[in-house]
Design a protein around this ligand. Structure first.
Ligand code: PMP
Ligand code: GLU
Length: 394
């Protein structure tokens, strides 16, 4: 008997990043050594002081349900973090701790959208946004920006994409999958457009805030345009900045009524974020921040190596990035010369099965003909991957 599942889920896809990681793991389980350039998580260990805080939490019996929106000291630390890093001031009822930034984003879409509401998403985008919007019964609308415009949309493009049904605008900088950062001026130009459309709720995904190695300072729409505060939700978390992807702690800040709805969703679905991980996140946010520049130094070295090596490949163009740990080389010209490969999705598949490199195809990120490479892997892995890629592509 086949079970008919909810119509709402008919358009929902498995996460391509998670799917590629799973495929690579399955091949590894068969004894095949895979060079992993697919996974979007730092390859560093969670710093020791953070792990110690978690062990202390267990030993002291801090192992019960917490408040649905997170423990008070962590919320206070998040308030301080927003003041310290972003010059943004929030009350405690404007902040919620979530099980990863992913849950904050999914719940935010769910809290705002009604069936048929449109959400503008600049492409390339992180693979999960469109499916989260679909889960919230909204309609994702993409604005495309390829490598010729550094993968960043312009104010003019945003203006042209807005319709009377536009309900949300989601922006992610530093960006997954491009590593690009919107400058203050670029954000100001986008904010000018958004100011004219008071019905649009803004979702700023700042998860890669601290993973920047260029001279460009971090900024988000709210920092450049404080008057958008009554309709902006800022999402962040500890996964990337503190190498804590498995701990599953993120957070959101925004208007109290939206945060309260997110809290209601959380109460009825997960009860609360993990108590032990919240203590670890508290240590992460309030403790020494010196692991971040150390990680960034490594990311920059790897980035510089990869950009040079990728641009030396025939038919491949790779725009340098400024943050996160991704590059999005464009294989359009190379694919034209190799019709038997077909497209980026087949290319990613071939790279996995033939030369045992795990990457993610660009198409699910809204970037056809591109391949997303994560350089959250050791330099040795990257060098070997490039040797294989040179032989394969050349
Ligand atoms: N936003 C973006 C752009 C991401 O790449 C990720 C990584 N998974 C997340 C949000 C979610 O992060 P997490 O749930 O691990 O906090
Ligand atoms: N954000 C990471 C990535 O894009 C982790 C996997 C996921 O949650 O999609 O690879």
């Amino acid at each position: 008997m086949t079970i008919a599942t909810a119509n709402r889920l008919k358009k929902l896809q498995p996460s391509p990043t998670m799917a590629m990681n799973a495929k690579a793991r399955a091949l590894e389980a068969q004894g095949i050594k895979i060079l992993s350039l697919s996974v979007g998580e730092p390859d560093f260990d969670t710093p020791e002081y953070i792990c110690k805080a978690a062990i202390e939490a267990i030993n002291s019996g801090f192992t019960r349900y917490t408040a649905a929106d997170g423990i008070a000291p962590l919320k206070a630390a998040i308030q301080d973090k927003f003041k310290r890093d972003n010059q943004l001031s929030y009350n405690a009822n404007e902040i919620i701790v979530t099980s990863g930034a992913k849950q904050a984003l999914a719940n935010a879409f769910c809290a705002i959208l009604n069936p048929g509401d449109e959400v503008i998403i600049p492409a390339p985008y992180w693979v999960s946004y469109p499916d989260m919007v679909i889960l919230g019964e909204g309609i994702p609308k993409f604005i495309y920006a390829d490598h010729t415009q550094d993968f960043k949309i312009t104010a003019k493009q945003l203006e042209a994409a807005i319709t009377p049904r536009t309900r949300m605008f989601a922006i992610n900088s530093p960006n997954n999958p491009t590593g690009m950062i919107y400058s203050t001026e670029e954000l100001k130009a986008l904010a000018e457009v958004l100011k004219k459309h008071p019905n649009i709720i803004i979702l700023s995904d700042d998860i890669y805030e601290h993973l920047i190695w260029s001279d460009l300072p971090f900024a988000n729409l709210l920092m450049v345009c404080p008057e958008l505060k009554d309709r902006t939700i800022v999402v962040n978390g500890v996964s990337k900045s503190y190498a804590m992807t498995g701990w599953r702690i993120g957070y959101a800040a925004g208007p109290a009524e939206v945060i309260n709805q997110i809290k209601n969703i959380q109460m009825q679905t997960t009860s609360a974020p993990n108590s032990i991980a919240q203590m670890a996140a508290l240590a992460a946010i309030t403790g020494p921040q010196d692991s971040i520049p150390l990680m960034n130094k490594q990311f920059k070295l790897r980035h510089d190596f990869l950009v040079k090596a990728l641009n030396a490949l025939p038919g491949v163009k790779c725009v340098p990035a400024q943050g996160a740990f991704y590059l999005l080389p464009d294989f359009s010209d190379w694919l034209k010369q190799r019709p038997e490969i077909g497209n980026d999705e087949q290319l990613a598949e071939t790279l996995l099965t033939e030369i045992h490199i795990a990457t993610v195809a660009g198409t699910p990120f809204g970037a056809p003909n591109c391949i997303r490479l994560s350089f959250a892997s050791s330099m040795d892995t990257l060098e070997e991957a490039m040797r294989r890629l040179e032989r394969f592509v050349g």
